[in-house]
Design a protein. Structure first.
Ligand code: PLP
Ligand code: ZN
Length: 459
């Protein structure tokens, strides 16, 4: 047993590599290098785990399932339960808040709304800090300890900050978070304050914060925890493993995710690719990414490229036209210059999925419908159901297809939005968004008969 552990430890750090994704470069670097883009060409990095893959993949299914009842903190985490597939040694100083293990719900009302036979909702908002960011942050903050860094930093529209603040607190590391001043929901800001992070409110938008982070990343005492960090993607890819377990290893036809900085969609693609390479699934689901109309640079690019015309990775363009002033009430995806767009585009194209945009009205109504299924999510998450409705109407998703929507954040992340929608006062830059599925509180006299009367009227 001890021998086996030692062998496994040697495996991960010696055999996994950081690899530049640009086909013309493909340079490789060791895991211990504190880099976020390829030092040679500036291209995006990915961690190549193919050499740590176990010899007997079939045995993994049972091993992973058995861990669900273990009390070991690593087994209780929905990320570290899959540690055979992660680029860490067995004795790595794991930082965990028992992330992952999120529910896969049926959403019958959401399915009806989209004209689908059925629709499943994977609720990543049920993570410890209320968003999927926790799965990635567990891995990135663990890597910060492995590298011996003192300070972790990120730029954030709110959820990355809340997550990094919590995991840094667990690890005893200093955390500094850069937020666009006045553009973060009160709930997300409150979380970061509570977890003790240094909260820097920057005069500028998210993309300005991201530029600053790239400069700070040159300082050797600082570790950047944005999704440009390839270890974050490693944590987030485990969601694909967990989803396939929950689907009984039956691959859905479509997986649908919101698109902001595009780390999440890239991570799903990587997770599914690794499962296929292991032979644990025989195909990759079509991966569809949905953006908000007012901040949809990748949906624009996708429409320009034309889905059927790109045959190979080499044809992926070098640059993307950023959206200068991104606009959307779905603040988690209010990003004009997505960092991981190349990874994401490659993944979507390989899977045969699509990247589209939906309007503020479509997002708001879809969110209310998801609520009627008894499932609360934040606005960005509702782009999925809004997008599925459009993809069904356009014939890209067929009514009988098996579809999974990934809900990325918790409803209490943005209660103001919810309240305005239902009261009919929601608007973006003075353009009203109607509450088509409004549920307004009523003012009632303090008597039994008054309440019964209203119940009768509403029945
Ligand atoms: C971060 C976030 C997104 C966007 O994910 P990317 O990886 O940046 O594309 C969507 N929804 C919520 C709730 C988020 O926190
Ligand atoms: Zn390179």
């Amino acid at each position: 047993m001890i021998q086996k552990t030692a062998r496994a430890a040697e495996k991960a750090s010696a055999k996994a590599l950081q690899r530049c994704l640009l086909p013309a470069c493909g340079a490789t670097y060791s895991l211990s290098e504190r880099i976020y883009v390829c030092p040679r060409c500036g291209g995006p990095l990915e961690i190549d785990c193919s050499l740590i893959a176990p010899d007997n993949p079939e045995a993994l299914r049972k091993l992973w399932r058995d861990r669900a009842v273990s009390r070991d903190p690593r087994d209780a985490s929905g990320v570290w339960r899959y540690r055979e597939m992660l680029p860490f040694d067995d004795d790595a100083p794991i930082v965990t808040l028992r992330e992952g293990n999120t529910p896969l719900y049926d959403g019958p009302r959401s399915a009806d709304y989209c004209a689908l036979g059925s629709l499943r909702l994977k609720h990543q908002g049920c993570n410890p800090t209320g968003s999927f960011k926790d799965t990635g942050m567990s891995a990135a903050v663990t890597q910060a300890l492995v590298l011996g860094t003192r300070t972790v930093v990120c730029a954030s529209t709110g959820n990355t900050a809340a997550s990094l603040a919590a995991y840094a607190a667990r690890a005893g590391l200093q955390a500094a978070i850069l937020l666009p001043h006045g553009q973060i929901t009160a709930a997300k800001l409150a979380q970061s304050m509570d977890y003790g992070a240094l909260v820097c409110e920057i005069d500028g938008n998210f993309d300005d914060c991201m530029r600053l982070i790239q400069q700070l990343g040159d300082d050797p005492s600082i570790y950047v925890a944005n999704s440009i960090n390839p270890f974050r993607i490693e944590g987030q890819k485990t969601v694909a493993f967990e989803l396939m377990e929950q689907c009984g290893w039956q691959v859905p036809d479509h997986v649908v995710v919101p698109g902001g900085n595009m780390g999440n969609s890239s991570a799903f693609g990587k997770g599914f690719s690794e499962l296929r390479a292991l032979g644990l699934i025989d195909r990759i689901p079509k991966l569809n990414v949905i953006q908000a109309e007012g901040s949809a640079p990748l949906a624009h690019l996708f429409a320009e490229l034309g889905n059927d015309q790109i045959a190979s990775d080499a044809e992926i363009p070098d640059a993307i036209e950023p959206v200068e002033h991104p606009r959307t009430l779905a603040t988690a995806i209010k990003i004009g210059a997505p960092v991981s767009w190349q990874k994401s585009l490659r993944t979507v194209l390989r899977s045969g999925g699509r990247i589209i945009a939906v309007s503020e009205q479509e997002i708001a109504d879809a969110k209310a419908i998801i609520g009627r299924d008894g499932i609360g999510c934040e606005p960005a998450s509702a782009t999925t159901v809004a997008g599925i409705k459009k993809l069904v109407a356009a014939g890209h998703i067929r009514p009988a297809d098996a579809v999974v929507a990934v809900l990325t954040g918790h409803v209490l992340k943005d209660p103001d939005y919810v309240s305005h929608y239902h009261r009919g006062t929601l608007s973006l830059e003075s353009q009203p968004i109607s509450g088509a599925f409004r549920n307004v509180p009523v003012h009632v006299a303090a008597t039994k008969s008054a309440i019964l009367e209203i119940l009768e009227r509403r029945r």
